[in-house]
Design a protein. Structure first.
Length: 267
């Protein structure tokens, strides 16, 4: 019989020594999951069905949303979106200089390391804690939510922006440098045009996330629909709570669709 043409070659086989690191990593992950099952109380899943009377009472109100005050819900959701918008814009203003300063291929080590420490600090502190700090400083209200989102998101975007800068093609930068341009001209004409679409995409994605985070910040008094949501929950007004959840879902879905449309034009 002749040789079969077009047959796919056999996949390369890896030796045991080559597979050992993968086995150790995934085995470690599995072991960690098994060890942590008890501390996180996964066994309590049965309690979801134990208090059936409480769940029936909750479902009875939650499945019958009351839209009597829908104008109030929409107004508070719009305030939440504005908090997310301003928080994201201020975060971008923070992230652009810090992202360039944290990039290894743009900034010297003596500047990179301090800036990276600052950005790590902003990312590691929960936005709820940052919001509480501003509430203590300026009082309850949306300004605290804006600043909490701006600082936390600024740290996240600075990392993403710096990684995008580190992945650029060095050719255009070297070409601009060959013309005798200075450092600022290299950044403006060689670096920023390459990373601008990525930066815009990251910022839009964080705006989506901040629209949800701003709702949570309302629980500590940072304004928006989250504050109203918390008050309604404490009053056991499940029908009104359900109506607010519907408003939140619709608003977040619309933001997601808008963000997708804008990101598709950046590609």
């Amino acid at each position: 019989m002749g040789e079969v043409r077009g047959a796919l070659p056999a996949p390369p086989r890896r030796s045991l020594a080559e597979r050992a690191p993968d086995v150790l990593v995934w085995g470690g992950v599995l072991a960690l999951l098994l060890v942590s099952a008890r501390p996180v109380e996964l066994g309590h899943v049965a309690r979801l069905f134990a208090n059936s009377e409480n769940m029936r009472e909750f479902a009875h109100g939650f499945l019958r949303p009351d839209f009597t005050d829908w104008r109030l819900y929409v107004a508070q959701m719009w305030l939440t979106v504005q908090i997310a918008l301003w928080g994201t814009v201020l975060a971008v203003l923070i992230a652009v200089p810090f992202g360039l300063g944290c990039a290894r291929n743009v900034s010297p080590p003596w500047l990179q390391q301090p800036l990276r420490l600052v950005m790590n600090l902003l990312r590691s502190i929960p936005d709820l804690l940052i919001g509480l700090i501003f509430i203590v400083a300026v009082g309850l209200g949306p300004f605290s939510g804006v600043m909490a989102l701006a600082l936390n998101t600024g740290g996240v975007l600075a990392k993403l922006f710096s990684e995008a800068v580190e992945a650029i093609d060095r050719g255009p930068v070297e070409g601009i440098r060959a013309t005798g341009a200075g450092k600022l001209q290299e950044l403006a004409w060689g670096v920023v045009p390459q990373v601008a679409p990525h930066w815009a995409s990251f910022a839009l994605y964080r705006f989506e996330s901040n629209a949800r985070s701003a709702t949570v910040l309302g629980l500590i008094g940072a304004g928006g629909i989250g504050q109203l949501l918390f008050e309604t929950l404490n009053a056991f007004q499940y029908a009104q709570l359900s109506a607010m959840v519907v408003v939140i879902v619709i608003a977040v879905s619309l933001i997601d669709l808008l963000s997708q449309a804008m990101r598709s034009r950046l590609i």
